[in-house]
Write a protein that binds this ligand. Structure first.
Ligand code: MN
Length: 242
């Protein structure tokens, strides 16, 4: 008990110091912070599972680099700050647990907890190399739920296209194991208790302009159409619970 308490105090103090140091200086990246205090890994930005150019030509290397090192890194950093301010026990409470109760937290926690979770999932939902398709029980479930893989893609793309402003398109598995497609605004996601679309996100597509603007400018639909060529269906299938 003594050890746990002292570790928590250390986290609290170090976290507060991190915020203080970060004001105006933008120092202490969340990864360094987390490694120093033993935070659960789902609160921190993990190494990108491929190089910045791995998804070329679908996602250009500069977009990947800025997206990962600036946008996503900022969500992780701001999440760490919110966790300290709102006393989240990041050594024992998985991020999922915070998201499921997000109505009890601040807008900063909602935006950055969602932003961090969504991007960590998004990187894993993509891969370079050969184009793949769903297989096995996931392929069967997609066919049953949407009619065919092509019909699924059309419906998913519609969800992304019709999301006004910034947000995400999702393939979600509901609590009763159904597959559904939907979208969320900003950095909300289907784990959140405030979200109309509820369930476990299996596949997420970032339709914020920062995800595609350098290469596609206003052509979100072109980005979404090309994106199917980099979806990592093996990863998506690993999240599916038949
Ligand atoms: Mn993004």
């Amino acid at each position: 008990m003594q050890k746990i308490n002292s570790r928590r105090n250390f986290i609290k103090e170090t976290g507060m110091a991190g915020i203080a140091a970060g004001v105006g200086l933008n120092v202490l990246p969340s990864v360094v912070f987390a490694k120093s205090v033993g935070i659960l890994s789902d609160y921190t930005q993990q190494p990108l599972p491929y190089g910045y150019n791995a998804l070329e030509p679908v996602v250009d290397a500069l977009t990947m680099e800025i997206h990962y090192t600036k946008h996503a890194a900022a969500y992780a950093k701001n999440l760490a700050e919110a966790c300290v301010a709102e006393k989240v026990d990041t050594t024992n409470t998985p991020l999922n647990g915070v998201l499921r109760n997000i109505s009890k937290y601040s807008a900063k926690m909602r935006n950055n907890g969602g932003g961090h979770y969504n991007h960590e999932l998004f990187w894993k939902c993509m891969k370079g190399g050969a184009v793949t398709k769903p297989t096995g029980t996931l392929a069967t479930a997609i066919d049953q739920a949407f009619g065919s893989f092509d019909a699924f893609k059309t419906q998913f793309s519609e969800a992304g296209k019709n999301r006004f402003g910034s947000g995400w398109a999702w393939l979600v598995q509901t609590a009763d194991h159904k597959l559904v497609i939907g979208s969320t605004p900003n950095q909300d996601n289907p784990l959140m208790d405030i979200c109309e679309l509820k369930g476990t996100p299996l596949l997420g597509l970032d339709v914020w302009e920062h995800a595609y603007y350098l290469k596609y400018q206003n052509k979100r639909v072109d980005y979404m159409n090309n994106w199917w060529n980099v979806v990592n269906w093996e990863f998506v299938a690993s999240r599916f619970n038949p």
